[in-house]
Write a new protein. Structure first.
Ligand SMILES: [Zn+2]
Length: 194
């Protein structure tokens, strides 16, 4: 399945204030993202991981807004399935922090769905952007190559469910949830095996 394009709904998150913002993931439509950005300065295009439906228009968006693309380097093999002619600009790492609109975003490396999958935690706002690592109702898929179910469970257990239970989870697809709504179900997910 790797390298195919799927027609799915993706969430694009724009975090910031009236002056500046960060775009989280760049799936399909540069114009739609630019409409949300408005006149603000884009400080970074952060990719939660490098599956096609999260990075497809990242280079085109970079052209349009002149901002660095940030990606965890462990997702290089996935990035290369979509973009052979472009690289990203800044390597993300666990604990990497940056400021936007007076708020600090912190990178959590949460491998499993993809080796370089990251979540963005914004403690001040009580939110975490989880990409495809955690959805409402369970972990992201681990059926593709470079994915691993045991690894995603440990990422969720150790890095996400340890956040305050009221933390709002903004996902890569579908509806929001909270850490407290998801955490009681970890053992069910493990028993289910996916
Ligand atoms: Zn994905």
């Amino acid at each position: 399945m790797d390298g195919e394009t799927f027609d799915v709904d993706n969430n694009v998150w724009v975090i910031g204030d009236d002056e500046e913002c960060v775009v989280v993931d760049a799936p399909h439509d540069v114009d739609a993202i630019l409409a949300v950005v408005g006149g603000r300065t884009v400080k970074a295009i952060v990719c939660t991981h490098a599956h096609d439906d999260h990075v497809r228009v990242a280079p085109a968006l970079r052209e349009a807004v002149v901002a660095p693309i940030m990606l965890h380097p462990d997702d290089k093999p996935l990035w290369e399935l979509t973009h052979i002619d472009h690289l990203w600009d800044v390597d993300l790492a666990d604990g990497f922090r940056f400021d936007v609109g007076g708020t600090t975003l912190e990178v959590l490396h949460t491998p499993g769905h993809a080796p370089g999958a990251v979540c963005l935690h914004v403690p001040e706002l009580g939110v975490v952007f989880t990409g495809d690592t955690l959805f409402q109702g369970g972990p992201g898929a681990t059926g593709r190559s470079h994915s691993d179910f045991g690894t995603i469970v440990e990422s969720i257990r150790n890095r996400l469910l340890t956040l305050p239970p009221e933390t709002v989870v903004h996902t890569g697809h579908g509806d929001d949830t909270t850490i407290g709504d998801e955490s009681p179900h970890l053992e069910e997910w493990i028993a289910r095996g996916h």
